[in-house]
Design a protein around this ligand. Structure first.
Ligand SMILES: C[S@@+](CC[C@H](N)C(=O)[O-])C[C@H]1O[C@@H](n2cnc3c(N)ncnc32)[C@H](O)[C@@H]1O
Length: 240
């Protein structure tokens, strides 16, 4: 069973992110980029909030979701039923009996974040070789000319939300440098009537865009567009 990085916040994850994010707007923009592609892989589907919106707009799509969090996947299963194929897998060891036209990550295994004038990959996978392997695994599941979209997120900013006067959700963000490498430290906390009822710390490795794109090229995924830094799109080379 892969390590569940989100176990400590599964009870309050949806309430927090639903107040912070317009999943319908993201789904609308994203399906525009899908074109006529049918077999879609969500890398780090979480509780399925984005896919719920996608299938309302495009019910004919065949969507598969993978995630390392059994607790969030349980909620995805309740929300999406049998319409979406769900697997508790680490993308680093991805083995699915299927090929895809397109894979994407929206704040899943990886996201891009804007750090001043620099675009950085924020990766839940910390080890460099493992990140490389995760790219290789996704490329191996894409058909020729298939695409990988890594979506930009604002996960590197703090947030505080009062739900109903009793419950408060909060994300605090700090940066840490260890042996010359940069990490984002995200602390999610839920308070009820001033008392802490949930806390989850998530660490993400930060990598320069250029370095990430070299790693993607090494597995046959070349950049074709970045949609104003919002949707970074990579395409797998067709076989000669
Ligand atoms: C911030 S949540 C985003 C969930 C969802 N994509 C959304 O937009 O609400 C990050 C998700 O990525 C998953 N994740 C992190 N590392 C992963 C990995 N190596 N393989 C698969 N899923 C991973 C986490 O378990 C978590 O569900």
């Amino acid at each position: 069973m892969p390590t569940d990085l989100y176990q400590g916040m599964s009870d309050f994850y949806n309430a927090f992110v639903q107040r912070n994010r317009d999943y319908k707007a993201i789904a609308t923009e994203l399906i525009d980029l899908f074109g006529d592609q049918q077999d879609i892989l969500d890398v780090g589907i979480g509780t399925g909030l984005l896919v719920e919106q996608i299938i309302q707009l495009r019910p004919e799509l065949q969507i598969t979701g993978v995630d390392t969090s059994a607790s969030l996947l349980e909620q995805a299963q309740q929300c999406l039923g049998t319409q979406v194929d769900l697997h508790c897998q680490d993308v680093v060891d991805l083995h699915l009996d299927k090929m895809f036209d397109l894979a994407y990550s929206r704040g899943g295994a990886w996201a891009f974040v804007n750090d001043g004038n620099t675009i950085l990959l924020a990766s839940h996978i910390l080890d460099l070789d493992a990140i490389q392997q995760s790219f290789e695994r996704v490329a191996a599941h894409l058909r020729d000319e298939g695409r990988l979209i890594i979506i930009s997120s604002n996960a590197n900013h703090g947030k505080r939300e009062e739900l109903d006067g009793e419950v408060t959700f909060e994300r605090t963000v700090s940066k840490d440098g260890i042996e010359g490498e940069q990490y984002l430290i995200l602390d999610y906390r839920c308070h009820r009537n001033g008392g802490l009822v949930g806390h989850q710390r998530v660490r993400m490795r930060l990598l320069d865009l250029d370095r990430v794109e070299e790693m993607l090229v090494a597995v046959g995924l070349g950049s074709i567009s970045d949609h104003h830094n919002k949707y970074h799109i990579y395409q797998k080379k067709g076989s000669e």
